[in-house]
Design a protein around this ligand. Structure first.
Ligand SMILES: Cc1ncc(COP(=O)(O)OP(=O)(O)O)c(N)n1
Ligand SMILES: Cc1nc(C(=O)O)sc1CCOP(=O)(O)O
Ligand SMILES: [Mg+2]
Length: 567
């Protein structure tokens, strides 16, 4: 499918992943109300030269299309041990990559006999044969990311490092497997030296759990989040570009807290601790999932966040799985094959700039103007709405689902995501792109476990504390208001531009402003000057008007101008 994805368009700064110049030109025109001129041929292979014209300014642009992953299948190579019980190791890696829709090839370093009771035997593959497998894969296939798991001997570590020097890849993810979850030793002290001296300096990320972090640092005690931070910093000093210390086994913690350190900033990533015996293979899955997201082109931090969310959701889904008699069972990676449909016509699940012009429907207004929900949505996306929310407070469930399916087709034909207000059931029934919930609706973490990791979840926040919680709970964006008084929502508290600013400053998530926003005040909202504010959400300004597409176009022009001027 020909498509064009905006990765960022902030203040005259454009990154465009392009697969068809003609489609891209149309999409640019529609999204940004700016004209685009192409040179008629490629002057350098893989580079597309173009001139963007917006508001009288003309910007020559050269886009490297050769880097685009469009025609390549994202590919992870896992170098790890086989687990006969298929909960961890190579088998977990294959399942995780398949679930994340990334091709996975395999180099097997050891074959283990294990089950839910523990590891009964280990048969190490000779290093020459590991080398041969590496050569077979890397000399023939385009591998984006190498992920390592069980590396049972120093010579295997060395063979791997040699292969990586001969066949460089985009990223190296090292899961420093040393002790199995059942407590069995999978790599001895000589391997530890290999990790420290050779492999970690080549790694883009290393993902130890607290036991592994402690062993890597010579058995330092690891009992708290501040110990994890200190360990992340010390492991970073060993050479990897970033470190994720996983705190799932941290004593006395009600959340699963991981520390991500990229050499500059620490991020404390929290998720709910899922109460289940089925946790065997979470480390392998986490690292494979990070590798898969990197192969698809994510930044490191967002790959880590997606992986954490994927693992949390899969654990939640597999709570009641009964496989084996031991204390630790495997979990199910293919939540997508249950009632979570991850297929989406849209290739990217959520881009913060989708919030730019957020159209929220209203059944009362549609009735007043004598139009269907689908007619209203079509006019809004034609006018340039970048995301749509169906907020149909008094619709019958069946009518709502039927209308939502029609609207979904319309939105997807324009590359616009469609969210459902409040009704998780309706979102599931029509396979919408996500939901928007308020503080008294279904809590975000429950919505997430029902909808899965792929769907977009927005949550209304009036305070910095709510904004912080939204991030912890796994929301994708925040709706914040009422910025101005509104007649559309009864008894809504107005927080003003000041309140909006406070929420935006506190928010780690992108924010869309809502409440009483129209042509006369949208500019003031966009000009508050906090980068997390990505756009405005409106109801009456679009839908309580005679011509929705004209009003949408007008509002688009106002906020585009404000966005350009606040660069
Ligand atoms: C983008 C956006 N922001 C806020 C809201 C309000 O949601 P909520 O607080 O749940 O109120 P209702 O819309 O359900 O009345 C929203 N819908 N969209
Ligand atoms: C649905 C909604 N939520 C709000 C909030 O403050 O969270 S204000 C609001 C209504 C927005 O409608 P209009 O654009 O017509 O003012
Ligand atoms: Mg609500």
């Amino acid at each position: 499918m020909a498509n064009a994805h905006f990765l960022a368009f902030n203040h005259l700064h454009l990154h465009l992943q392009i697969s068809s110049p003609l489609v891209s030109k149309r999409v640019i025109k529609r999204f940004w109300n700016c004209d685009i001129e192409y040179s008629t041929n490629y002057q350098r292979p893989g580079f597309l030269n173009m001139k963007l014209q917006a508001n009288g300014a003309s910007i020559p642009t050269s886009i490297n299309t050769a880097d685009s992953q469009h025609n390549k299948t994202p590919h992870v190579l896992t170098v790890a041990g086989s687990d006969s019980g298929a909960g961890a190791g190579i088998q977990a890696d294959l399942k995780a990559c398949a679930a994340r829709r990334v091709y996975c090839s395999t180099v097997i370093t050891a074959v283990t006999a294990q089950n839910t009771l523990g590891v009964q035997g280990v048969n190490i593959v000779p290093e020459e044969f590991v080398a041969q497998q590496l050569n077979s894969v890397l000399s023939d296939m385009h591998v984006d990311v190498v992920k390592t798991g069980m590396l049972p001997s120093l010579s295997v570590v060395k063979v791997l490092c040699q292969s990586l020097r001969k066949f460089p890849v985009k990223a190296l993810v090292v899961d420093p497997v040393m002790i199995s979850t059942s407590g069995d030793i999978l790599a001895g002290p000589s391997v530890l030296a290999g990790f420290r001296e050779e492999l970690l300096p080549m790694a883009d990320i290393v993902t130890p759990n607290i036991k592994e972090a402690s062993v890597l640092l010579g058995d330092v005690p690891m009992n708290s989040v501040s110990d994890m931070r200190a360990a992340a910093k010390l492991i970073h000093d060993l050479g990897p570009r970033s470190v994720l210390v996983k705190g799932g086994d941290l004593p006395n913690s009600s959340d699963a807290i991981d520390i991500f350190f990229d050499g500059e900033n620490f991020y404390e990533l929290r998720s709910r601790r899922v109460n289940t015996r089925n946790t065997h293979g979470t480390g392998c899955t986490m690292a494979s999932c990070i590798a898969a997201e990197l192969a698809k082109g994510s930044s490191m931090l967002s790959a880590v966040k997606i992986a954490k969310r994927f693992v949390e959701t899969a654990l939640d889904y597999s709570k009641d799985l009964a496989i084996g008699n031991g204390v630790q069972g495997p979990f199910d990676h293919f939540l997508a094959l249950k009632n979570i449909n991850q297929s989406s016509c849209r290739s990217d699940r959520f881009k913060p700039n989708d919030l730019f012009l957020y159209a929220v429907t209203d059944s009362r207004m549609n009735r007043k103007w004598g139009r269907s929900i689908a007619e209203a949505v079509k006019a809004a996306v034609e006018g340039g709405a970048t995301i749509v929310q169906l907020r149909e407070k008094d619709a019958e469930t069946k009518d709502f689902v039927d209308a939502a399916k029609v609207c979904l087709k319309i939105c997807h034909s324009y590359g616009v995501p469609l969210l459902i207000n409040d009704r998780i059931d309706v979102a599931l029934a029509c396979d919408a792109d996500g939901v928007h919930v308020g503080q008294s609706d279904m809590p975000v973490h429950l919505a997430r476990s029902l909808l899965g990791p792929e769907k977009i979840i927005g949550v209304s926040c009036k305070t910095p504390e709510q904004a912080q919680q939204a991030w912890v709970d796994g929301a994708d964006y925040i709706g914040s208001g009422g910025v101005y008084p509104t007649n559309t929502k009864e008894n809504n508290r107005t927080i003003g531009l000041g309140g909006l600013k406070e929420v935006c400053k506190a928010s780690k998530l992108p924010v869309v402003a809502i409440g009483g926003i129209g042509l006369s005040n949208a500019r003031a909202v966009m000009e508050i000057g906090v980068p997390s504010l990505k756009g405005v959400a409106v109801v009456s300004t679009l839908f309580d008007r005679e011509c929705i597409s004209t009003e949408t176009r007008n509002l688009h022009a106002v906020i585009s101008e404000a966005a350009l001027l606040t660069q």
